[in-house]
Design a protein around this ligand. Structure first.
Ligand code: BG6
Ligand code: MG
Length: 212
């Protein structure tokens, strides 16, 4: 086995929350009279909530202070969490679940490395509340991807050296974070083809060929 553990990004890898992020940021942007679209939303992939807000406010002609920004982030998050209540185990693709089960059967430890502070809520919505061996997420980091902190903590929680971990990511910032952590990476979706990952995956189950 090339690796002892795999650390998965959550949003865009294990499940798809992009559209809910989009709707919640769009509601805030509309209320503030700020232009926002799917292309701007794509720039928020892998980026922390507060850093995402800064990107959303780039189009604003008003300057806001830290307290207003904190309130905006909370408003977006409340809206986002309401939308997440629509998620259920039906939002976990059979291909993703079968691949995870196979990786576990092969003896790999499975962890999460996500910037999201809603990680545990989302995992429980899709029926994976107790599934992963360890979770490193937005609640235990101080620096967001492309900083390697979330993956280094993930490896530490799994009890593994970085070189024994493979990261699976859909954001370029996440692939950069994996490289900075000294970990191999598999890019899927938006990140596939960025030229920085160890492997590019056309589909999630292609991961099985990367670990043999
Ligand atoms: C990442 C998403 O997983 O989590 C980003 O790709 C998001 O778009 C970030 O901004 C933070 O999420 P949350 O749930 O803590 O607001
Ligand atoms: Mg992602």
């Amino acid at each position: 086995m090339k690796y002892k553990g795999i650390i998965f990004d959550l949003d865009g890898v294990i499940c798809s929350t992009d559209h809910y992020h989009y709707l919640a940021w769009k509601a805030l942007a509309d209320r503030l009279g700020v232009y926002f679209d799917e292309t701007i939303n794509n720039r928020l992939r892998g980026v922390s909530r507060m850093a995402s807000l800064e990107i959303v406010l780039e189009r604003s002609d008003k300057a806001y202070g830290p307290e207003e920004k904190a309130a905006f982030a909370e408003e977006k998050n409340n809206c986002y969490r309401e939308l997440l209540k629509n998620m259920s185990p039906a939002d976990l693709s059979p291909e993703v679940k079968a691949t995870l089960d196979t990786l576990r059967q092969r003896g790999l430890l499975l962890g999460i490395g996500s910037s999201s502070k809603n990680t545990k809520f989302i995992l429980s919505q899709i029926g994976l509340g107790d599934y992963f061996d360890k979770i490193s997420d937005g609640t235990n980091i101080t620096r967001s991807k492309p900083d390697p902190e979330v993956f280094l903590k993930g490896a530490e929680y799994l009890g593994l050296a970085p070189k024994d971990c493979l990261v699976v990511e859909d954001a370029k910032a996440g692939i950069e974070a994996a490289a900075a952590a000294g970990m191999d990476s598999a890019a899927i979706g938006d990140a596939a083809g960025c030229g920085l990952a160890t492997y590019d995956l056309a589909r999630f189950s292609d991961l099985l060929a990367c670990v043999d």
